[in-house]
Design a protein around this ligand. Structure first.
Ligand code: ASN
Length: 475
């Protein structure tokens, strides 16, 4: 059976298996006697005795690729414009490798104790506070992902409507702020009120096809679009190019640094987050073994790496220094092909919003009302509050870059680097790997790197926000 979407809006064990109000229920399954540590060949291996995964190797790759792929792809050309091609490729490659290493740490920790959910690793490492911490970071990440999806609606729906209108008049219904409220109330809320995700969980195939369609169009457009010499988007701070002496907006830079470079690592980190999905997908895998799951992860990461690189390069080589933090926004409103791409991406992200909302609500219910049975009032009010909060955020945040930046600098390094490293250090027993053994030292270095990324990114982003506001008086 295919997985359903979960923590970052992607895949989940079927709701029939994990009850709506379910972290503790999950904990009973995962940490009870359903997993039998099996000491064969002198190695401790844990088997999922209650559950036989049925998802094939290929389907698992598809599911994990879907978990990785999201709105992050739209920000990568902007990231490349602010680092230059070489620096970007180096950073993207490093993040892909580190992301695969992080999955190795998660799989190894999960293998020791037989756990199938990210939060449960937190529980195993630090008890309830660990579980609450992991759940809160996943929730923050999901709220960020949800906001970025809704932000795309805010930017793109007006473009689609304008593309269909004969004139360019500024009607109220081409204002993205009103449109997201309308879409939230008429489309997202009713879907979010369903008791179960049902078929919504299966939209992943559709989303992936939309993104492939987007990718092909971005490549095609590179060859038929002239670089806009004079674009309405004004850079407020001059670009300082190390490699090129001239500062033309229509030439490719190999290495460049400017204040917006601060957003590069967060955008790339955001784009690779899929880590809360890895263990549920592992549980569903047919003939599961760590090696097999690592292969699934490596292939998915490699595929997404190629997709990200191609999008960034062709997006950048179409618009060069003019490119905005949401690539789609750059294309002409009157272009029929791009109108179709916009529509496809828009439907995909709109359907993903309620799917991302479900796990957030589950976490909130679990944290605030742990032992209470299902109740419609709680179910509905949490969805309404979450949507209200995300709408407010999307209305007041001026740029999708700020969402990528904030989430990519806080929850993304925590989910990719800090938590998996710490879980590994705490969960893998000293007898098996002492603190001074190579794998543990590597894990410690990995956690440190995560903290460095986090502190560096947050500092640079705050500096950019403060100085950027001073020079431009807002955006
Ligand atoms: N936080 C996430 O789940 C982001 C996802 N990797 C994306 O690119 O949209």
């Amino acid at each position: 059976m295919e997985l359903q979407k979960t923590s970052n809006g992607h895949h989940d064990l079927s709701p029939d298996r994990i009850p709506e109000n379910g972290f503790d229920a999950l904990e009973n399954i995962t940490e009870g006697d359903t997993f039998l540590p099996n000491k064969s060949n002198g190695k401790i291996e844990t088997q999922f005795t209650d559950f036989v995964g049925k998802t094939s190797f290929g389907m698992s790759i598809f599911n994990l690729s879907n978990a990785i792929l999201g709105s992050g792809i739209l920000g990568l050309a902007y990231a490349m414009a602010n680092t230059g091609i070489i620096l970007f490729v180096l950073l993207l490659t490093s993040m892909a490798i580190l992301s695969a290493y992080s999955i190795h740490l998660l799989l190894k920790s999960a293998g020791v104790v037989g756990i199938r959910a990210y939060e449960q690793l937190g529980n195993r490492a630090f008890g309830r506070p660990g579980k609450i911490l992991a759940a809160s970071i996943i929730t923050l990440n999901n709220i960020g992902a949800m906001s970025s999806y809704l932000f795309i609606v805010k930017i793109e729906l007006p473009h689609i409507i304008q593309g269909l209108l004969p004139d360019n008049s500024d009607y109220w219904f081409v204002d993205g702020r009103y449109l997201i409220i309308i879409i939230s109330v008429l489309v997202i809320l009713p879907l979010a009120l369903m008791k179960r995700l049902g078929y919504l969980g299966y939209t992943s195939g559709f989303s992936l096809s939309c993104m492939v369609f987007f990718l092909i169009s971005v490549i095609y457009k590179k060859f038929v679009t002239e670089c806009p010499e004079e674009h309405s988007y004004n850079k407020t701070v001059p670009t300082e190019s190390i490699y090129n002496s001239t500062d033309g907006m229509c030439e490719a830079k190999l290495i460049t640094i400017n204040p917006q470079t601060a957003f590069t690592i967060p955008i790339i980190a955001f784009a690779f987050v899929c880590h809360p999905e890895v263990l549920p997908i592992y549980t569903e895998l047919k003939n599961p073994s760590k090696k097999r799951m690592q292969k699934v992860a490596n292939i998915s990461i490699l595929t997404m790496f190629v997709m990200y690189l191609v999008t960034a390069i062709f997006g950048y080589l179409t618009f060069y220094g003019n490119v905005k933090s949401e690539l789609l926004e750059m294309y002409s409103k009157k272009d029929t092909l791009m109108l179709c791409v916009r529509l496809a991406v828009l439907i995909a992200v709109t359907l993903t919003v309620p799917v991302v909302l479900f796990p957030i609500r589950r976490a909130v219910l679990q944290l605030l009302f742990p032992d209470k049975p299902f109740h419609w009032v709680r179910h509905i009010s949490i969805a309404v509050c979450l949507l209200f909060l995300v709408n407010l955020l999307v209305i007041f945040v001026p740029n999708i870059r700020d969402i990528f930046g904030f989430i990519g600098a806080t929850s993304a390094p925590s989910l990719i680097f800090i938590l998996p490293g710490i879980f590994y250090i705490c969960i893998v027993p000293e007898e098996q790997e002492p603190l001074k053994s190579r794998p543990k030292i590597q894990a410690i270095a990995f956690v440190t790197l995560g903290f460095i990324f986090m502190i560096m990114s947050i500092t640079f982003i705050i500096i950019e926000w403060v100085t950027g506001k001073k020079t431009s008086g807002g955006h």
